[in-house]
Write a protein that binds this ligand. Structure first.
Ligand code: IMP
Length: 202
């Protein structure tokens, strides 16, 4: 059984592999197929972008494809950066640029009002007419300074509820037990088990 991960982000590939690796399951990446494709994320919802990515890559490769789209929704900023999380500080912004912009937008906002949610939507496309969505959401707060070296993106700023450290201070196993992506992947795993769908993926 083969499943293609529609991402070039090695952090994500690692998180997804750790979460859904199975002996009877071959997880392929675009790199494994020597496939270079950038799908423009121009929809205004996580569902829209994840479906677009999974569908375009399924059509080009013929493999059942799993794509994810994630956003950080900050309450004090009316949900920004949201679907624009990757380009919050501009088209070619680095993770660091985006974190700096977020800190500057939240300057002066007290800790109790720095609430936010990370949301991941994963889309599975298995043929031209079939797709499935799986959502994972984690609430937390945005710290006033970056802390921790692990992970990627906004990890050094996000403290998930119930913890007193950022995602970037967690090792990969810890993040993989509580993260937004992990929750979406759990739903995907349950879907495979309960629907017997794994027998049909190729
Ligand atoms: P993407 O479009 O799913 O790649 O996610 C958009 C942006 O959200 C990325 O460029 C990262 O900055 C951020 N992001 C996605 N997932 C995570 C995560 O697990 N931790 C921190 N930031 C993330």
């Amino acid at each position: 059984m083969k499943l293609l991960l529609a991402t070039n982000n090695l952090h994500k590939v690692e998180e997804i592999r750790r979460k859904i690796a199975r002996d009877d399951f071959e997880l392929l990446t675009l790199k494994d197929l020597n496939f270079e494709i950038e799908v423009e994320e121009d929809k205004d919802t996580l569902e829209g972008n994840s479906l677009k990515k999974a569908f375009e890559i399924f059509q080009k490769t013929g493999y059942s494809t799993l794509a994810d789209d994630t956003g950080l929704f900050v309450d004090a900023l009316n949900g920004a950066p949201g679907v624009f999380s990757s380009r919050y500080a501009g088209e070619n912004a680095t993770y660091d640029d985006n974190c700096r912009k977020l800190l500057s937008e939240l300057q002066g906002v007290p800790l109790e009002k720095r609430t936010a949610s990370f949301i991941t939507v994963i889309c599975l496309v298995t043929d031209n007419n079939k797709h499935y969505f799986f959502e994972g959401k984690v609430e937390g707060i945005i710290k006033e300074t970056k802390t921790g070296e692990n992970g990627f993106g906004y990890d050094p700023l996000f403290i998930p509820a119930g913890f007193n450290k950022t995602y970037a201070e967690m090792n990969s196993e810890e993040k993989n037990q509580c993260s937004h992506r992990a929750k979406a992947l759990e739903k995907f795993k349950n879907f495979l088990m309960t629907s017997n769908y794994d027998k049909q993926i190729s």
